[in-house]
Design a protein around this ligand. Structure first.
Ligand code: ADP
Length: 608
């Protein structure tokens, strides 16, 4: 075993708690954090698998702060590294980073600061580790701890394989004394975990796997929804909040972005088709809340630590649940209630199947990817608890039947019976020979007489005109909803046609009823815009602009909310608010006390 990271075995945890409170403003560790911190401080290699938002960074930052030696943090992205270092220095923790954007002289200066002990946490990108110059500088430091962030990048089974992560083990071997190694990730699969242990050459590591639940996230699947309408309504109902909307293609991203822009929502977009400069600007505008809503492909998000993302909407179904949970998990990192909404349409299945068939992977991987896609589809279609589905997928065994915090647990009450309409649709599909797509079937049901319909003599069918008077969009939506519930299916190679399946037969025979959630108006999740919260938010924005940092780095939404509850009147009251350490107290405490006082002096707040 390597030397303890911090030689404070007895009472070590108490000291760790003091440091936690002093710098980060939290009174206690979360249980999973405490176990990881304890093992690392005792000098044991450790693998920590914790979901997004569980507080991984603190698990290596605290042992690093307590260690007399240098800690190297390996981080995959330049933006992520800069964010974390900015956030640490913003809390008074001396930390620095080295990456390819810096001049050699600056790199040397930073190394010198580390060697002098002015700063003991050094973030580096993995590519650096194979650079001989970097190696010679590093070999002169006394490195006690190497923390590998996003450790799943080591594994080609993971979703973000980075070959340069394989340089970590040779780098560690080169050091004169073996440091303790900690590996951190949110990816849970056993293959990834084994790869991490083997490729980092960990010696009998402690492996901590925390539960994957994110209780503050509300999971919602909307089947066959009018997606454009939903996105417009939702973003309008939650204006002022920050959210991400993921779509499958660049074209779709641009279309949704344009549509929202025209409604006056401050929105950004992000995909691989934009220039580096445009992407950088969009990302920055999002982080600084200048454009709090982002429409993006899955190219956006890794390394986005923005804690106040209140919703993540998937305009299209992603390729598997790992990708979904990771992307959706970017909501609510601050622990505040947030929503993860997936807009499911049966057409998304074909898009994903098509992408898998086009990929260059071997047949075994393709079959594996198709199996993962099936699970994703099952998630979209299940009538049972969504959270339970996800947690069981990730291997959590003791999960209650119902969470009461997902759309399936909540929506069961207001269902409407659409069996008769469903029978009309299915019967029409049958009579048209199962050779036509949604649009044509909807035309026949609505009684549209055009050349194509007459040529096929569909105007003579008994189902012709059964939905006369209804709008085309409404009938198409009904068909989409039936598809989403598997009441019929899409098939065909060249043209997508509607086909009946076993469920259709049961519906036509009257053996099954079809229930759909009643349409409902988008409501605001909760009154985020209470006067006091808004005043504090305005104060935060002002300070963020003054200090050139994103607002969430001043204080998180969770901290502002705690401030609304505790309503501190003095600086020492302020210190009791969650997330306010000594440094931030000195820097921002008085400004927020003033903002609180002003808010209470305002006439409409009196008596609150
Ligand atoms: P992860 O890297 O695991 O996604 P972060 O390190 O970004 O998570 O932490 C998520 C949020 O939880 C941050 O806002 C962080 O400040 C907060 N947090 C971390 N540890 C604690 C704690 N012990 N008590 C309260 N909040 C915490």
């Amino acid at each position: 075993m390597a030397e303890p990271v911090a030689k404070t075995a007895s009472g070590g945890l108490e000291r760790a708690r003091e440091v936690l409170s002093h710098f980060f403003g939290y009174r206690s560790f979360r249980p999973a954090q405490e176990r990881v911190v304890q093992d690392l401080m005792a000098g044991r290699d450790t693998v920590a698998i914790m979901p997004t938002g569980a507080g991984k960074s603190i698990c290596f930052q605290i042992p690093a702060l307590l260690s007399p030696q240098v800690t190297i943090v390996i981080s995959p992205l330049i933006s992520l590294m800069k964010d974390q270092v900015d956030s640490l220095t913003g809390q008074g923790v001396p930390a620095t980073f080295i990456n390819s954007t810096l001049e050699n002289s600056e790199v040397e200066a930073r190394f010198a600061a580390v060697a002098r002990g002015c700063c003991r946490i050094l973030y580096v990108a993995p590519e650096r580790l194979e650079n001989p110059w970097f190696q010679s500088l590093a070999s002169r430091l006394s490195i006690g701890f190497v923390a590998v962030d996003e450790a799943h990048c080591l594994s080609q089974w993971g979703h973000d394989f980075r070959p340069s992560y394989r340089e970590i083990a040779p780098f560690v071997r080169m050091l004169s004394r073996r440091p303790v190694i900690g590996a951190f990730t949110a990816t849970a699969t056993p293959e990834v975990r084994e790869d991490i242990i083997r490729l980092l050459e960990l010696s009998s590591p402690a492996v901590h796997i925390s539960g994957f639940d994110r209780p503050n996230l509300f999971f919602d699947v909307r089947r066959g929804e009018d997606k454009d309408h939903f996105v417009r309504e939702y973003t309008a109902a939650h204006s002022g909040e920050s959210g991400i909307i993921y779509a499958a293609t660049r074209k779709k991203v641009d279309a949704v972005y344009e549509a929202l822009r025209q409604t006056g929502i401050p929105v950004g977009h992000y995909h691989a088709g934009l220039s580096d400069e445009e992407r950088r600007k969009m990302q920055e505008d999002f982080l600084y809340d200048r454009r709090p809503v982002m429409v993006a492909t899955n190219a956006f998000g890794m390394g986005i630590d923005k804690s106040n993302v209140r919703y993540v909407i998937h305009y299209n179904m992603p390729k598997n649940l790992e990708a979904y949970y990771q992307e959706a998990g970017r909501a609510g990192r601050d622990g505040e209630p947030s929503e993860c909404i997936l807009l499911y349409a049966a057409g998304d299945i074909r898009t994903q199947e098509f992408l898998i068939s086009l990929s260059t992977e071997d047949e075994e991987r393709k079959a594996n990817n198709l199996a993962l896609l099936r699970k994703m589809i099952d998630y979209c279609r299940t009538p049972f608890c969504l959270r339970r589905f996800i947690l069981r997928y990730f291997g959590d065994s003791a999960v209650p039947e119902r969470c009461e915090n997902c759309s399936n647990c909540k929506n069961n009450t207001d269902l409407i019976d659409v069996t008769v309409d469903a029978q009309k649709v299915l019967s029409c599909v049958y009579r048209m020979g199962q050779q036509f797509g949604r649009m044509m079937v909807a035309h026949v049901l609505r009684g549209v007489e055009n050349d194509r319909i007459r040529a096929n003599r569909f105007h003579e069918l008994s189902t012709f005109g059964l939905f006369r008077g209804r709008k085309q969009k409404e009938v198409m939506l009904l068909i989409d909803r039936l598809l989403a519930l598997d009441c019929l299916e899409l098939s065909g190679d060249r043209y997508t046609v509607l086909r009946l399946n076993e469920m259709s037969a049961a519906i036509l025979k009257g053996q099954t009823t079809v229930l759909l959630p009643a349409p409902k108006k988008e409501k605001r999740r909760r009154p985020m815009d209470s006067g006091l919260f808004e005043s504090l938010r305005a104060c935060r924005t002002r300070l963020a602009v003054r200090d050139h940092i994103p607002p969430y780095m001043v204080f998180s939404d969770a901290t502002l909310r705690d401030m609304c509850i505790l309503r501190p009147q003095t600086l020492s009251d302020m210190r009791r608010v969650k997330g306010i350490g000594e440094y931030k107290l000195n820097r921002y405490g008085q400004d927020f006390l003033d903002a609180l006082r002003d808010a209470f002096d305002a006439p409409d707040m009196a008596g609150e």
